[in-house]
Write a protein that binds this ligand. Structure first.
Ligand code: DX5
Ligand code: ZN
Length: 233
């Protein structure tokens, strides 16, 4: 695992979102993206309430776990959150991220995620300011900056450069990842890397043109995003 405090790394990490994978074939899709260079595997959980789309719950996530050899990064787009935290811990999430907008008690939610033995992430919708996490930094291992309104893959990138710069300054030398989620491709990833992000989620830009029969396209896509991002540093 590269996410632990003792192994905290600032280098660019590409986290393909399996929201863009073949839903009938998650096991092989996960193995294919990891074999092709994915650093983390990003799992988008949607409840049809916090966001207008539905994906999978803890039983499905638990079934993905044996296929994930890197870091299973679970992004909860659900409300309420707290009653499901133990289920995602049992499912084997390494990082569990909740939205600050999902309820009035994000501080308690982050405490509970850490208490259940996972790394705690907090996600910010595009309309939520950087300052909203100022009093959460000591409980947070990852801040996920949404660069689309959550709910769907393949949406147009919304620029959040100023927010990412503000977060990077606020974080200082704390070991907190800045993750970017939405519309990441070789043209947008450099903006976010240069602003201070280190984890880049990409769904459509990783899976396009590939399949488990043609996994080399995944590798080409991952390398293109990584090279563009590293080129900005
Ligand atoms: C959006 C999800 C993202 C999504 C990204 O609600 O949280 O992880 O899969 O997809 P792309 O990379 O296609 O914007
Ligand atoms: Zn996501």
């Amino acid at each position: 695992m590269t996410v632990g405090r003792s192994m905290f790394e600032h280098k660019i990490k590409i986290a393909p979102s399996i929201l863009s994978a073949d839903f009938a074939n998650f096991g092989q899709e996960i193995q294919a993206i990891e074999a092709q260079g994915a650093d983390w595997v990003h799992v988008d959980v949607m409840d049809g309430h916090f966001v207008p789309n539905l994906t999978f719950g803890p039983m499905a996530v638990k079934a993905f776990r044996p296929h994930v050899k890197t870091v299973m990064d679970v992004h909860l787009m659900i409300s309420p959150v707290d009653q499901y935290i133990d289920a995602y811990a049992d499912a084997g999430a390494d990082v569990l991220t909740a939205h600050i907008e999902a309820g009035p008690h994000i501080h308690r939610t982050l405490q509970a995620i850490k208490g259940a033995g996972m790394k705690a992430g907090v996600a910010l919708n595009p309309g939520t300011p950087a300052e909203s996490v100022a009093h959460l930094l000591d409980l947070t291992d990852l801040i996920c900056v949404m660069t689309v309104n959550p709910g769907f893959g393949g949406q147009k990138y919304i620029d959040m450069t100023a927010k990412v710069r503000a977060l990077r300054a606020m974080i200082g030398d704390r070991e907190i990842h800045i993750e970017i989620d939405g519309g990441m491709d070789p043209s947008t990833a450099p903006l976010m890397a240069e602003a201070g992000a280190d984890v880049l989620v990409a769904g459509s830009a990783v899976f396009r043109g590939g399949s488990v029969q043609n996994p080399e396209a995944y590798g080409d896509n991952i390398r293109a995003i990584r090279a563009a991002a590293e080129g900005a540093l």
